[in-house]
Design a protein around this ligand. Structure first.
Ligand SMILES: Nc1ncnc2c1ncn2[C@@H]1O[C@H](COP(=O)(O)OP(=O)(O)OP(=O)(O)O)[C@@H](O)[C@H]1O
Ligand code: SF4
Ligand SMILES: [Mg+2]
Length: 406
């Protein structure tokens, strides 16, 4: 598949007018730096958009900048973190002009947080104040963000929220240490939903829980989303989980988004070698048994500039330009394998529909890689055992690091 006519875009740009109205939260070219002797560039020129009602997954290894991006979206960065560049905007869906989140004054920002955008923080269930009852903790939220509520209304609403997440409202007098981990996580989710936000950012909301409780919480989140209609940014390093629960997926590596696409299509045929590596690292719960492969090596330091592709030292497909030229996230289309709908466009292959896709990899750059990406990264199906045929774009026949790895 060629890359002709590619334009450098923000992930998700190219939306039609209707889709553009459907975007509830948009980040454009966001960069975050942790200042210090050797500043850490934790988020590097990230652009994403969240559509109304969708679950957007953000995946990537530990330290790739997921939580930092979440804090930036919430405008909750604290020194030494600083937004070095970028814009974040929010649309309420009424057709009014999007709100520039960075321009909000302190009062508007307090109202914005939790009523428009709320967050379930990483490890939040362990951060609940252990010496304060649930009643007091819910009450504090309402006193801060909805001071007009009367005391009896706060009590009623707090009980309703507990009930909504499957906790007996009588537990409102309990202290966090009297609850199981799953119950504490439900409380944290109820708190995030207390003011009926349009968007909830969930940072590793189930990572600390055993798989049975994790499943219960995920089902609960999905039920609540259907009932209340909020959108979710769901962050985790667990790609297989994200593929199951998210509509679209952004894969982060070293502070950048390297692939942004519909989750079902990522599962079927990833486009970036890192995404492929992640997929091969996790067991497929529903698919055939297959051999798992980790990704050798470790991510680069985020202090300072990174020459060329940040993934190059670990990439089995690396070729000459990767060491010196930085790949940019670019939109392209590929066949999805879905049946063509009446009136829809076709790419000439019977039953296949072009799907917008964004990927940052030279293998998908027609000028640098005229032969196109190798099988397994070209939109063709992954085989059940995760095997892909490795074909180096420079035509060399010896096995690449990726083949040796297998
Ligand atoms: N307070 C801080 N000061 C300096 N550097 C920081 C600080 N907090 C995070 N970082 C660095 O920023 C980078 C991104 O961290 P972040 O916590 O956003 O990653 P993450 O993807 O959420 O990781 P995890 O999966 O472990 O939660 C890391 O390299 C980390 O070391
Ligand atoms: S740009 Fe090169 S090193 Fe980076 S992922 Fe693509 S092939 Fe690998
Ligand atoms: Mg994190």
């Amino acid at each position: 598949m060629g890359a002709a006519g590619l334009a450098e875009v923000a992930a998700g740009d190219g939306l039609g007018p209707q889709d553009a109205r459907d975007v509830v939260l948009r980040a454009e070219h966001v960069s975050v730096v942790y200042d210090g002797d050797s500043p850490t560039r934790a988020v590097r020129d990230v652009s994403i958009e969240l559509r109304r009602g969708e679950v957007l997954g953000i995946a990537g290894e530990s330290g790739c900048g997921k939580s930092t991006l979440a804090y930036a979206l919430m405008r909750m960065l604290r020194p030494p973190a600083r937004l070095a560049a970028g814009r974040i905007s929010f649309s309420d869906g009424t057709g009014a002009a999007p709100v520039d989140v960075m321009a909000l004054g302190p009062e508007d920002l307090r109202h914005f947080r939790w009523t428009k955008l709320s967050m379930v923080f990483q490890s939040a269930m362990n951060a609940l104040n252990p010496v304060t009852s649930l009643r007091k903790q819910f009450s504090d939220i309402f006193e801060t963000h909805a001071p007009e509520m009367r005391r009896d209304e706060r009590e009623q609403r707090s009980r309703a929220l507990l009930d909504m997440v499957g906790i007996d409202p009588a537990r409102i007098s309990s202290f966090p240490h009297e609850l199981s981990g799953g119950m504490r996580q439900r409380v944290v989710i109820a708190m995030a939903l207390a003011l009926q936000p349009d968007v909830v950012i969930m940072d590793e909301p189930t990572t600390a829980l055993d798989v049975v409780v994790q499943r219960e919480i995920l089902d609960e989140i999905e039920r609540l989303r259907e009932e209340l209609g909020f959108s979710i940014v769901f962050i985790t390093h667990d790609l297989s989980l994200l593929l199951e629960i998210s509509d679209r997926l952004a894969v982060m590596y070293a502070g950048e988004i390297v692939e942004f696409a519909p989750s079902a299509e990522v599962a079927r045929a990833p486009a970036h070698p890192y995404t492929l590596g992640l997929l091969e690292s996790f067991p497929d719960m529903r698919g055939a048994r297959r051999q798992l492969h980790g990704i050798a090596g470790s991510p680069p330091s985020l202090a300072g500039e990174i020459a060329g592709c940040a993934f190059a030292p670990r990439c089995g497909y690396a070729f000459a330009p990767c060491a010196s030229t930085t790949p940019r996230l670019r939109e392209r289309s590929r066949a999805t394998g879905h049946a063509a709908v009446a009136g829809g466009s076709s790419d000439g292959q019977a039953g296949r529909v072009p799907q917008t896709w964004s990927v940052a990899c030279h293998l998908h750059d027609e000028e640098l890689c005229p032969a196109g990406p190798p099988r397994g990264l070209d939109g063709g199906e992954l085989t059940g055992d995760g095997q892909v045929v490795n074909r180096r774009p420079d035509g060399a026949s010896e096995p690449s690091a990726g083949e040796e790895r297998r």
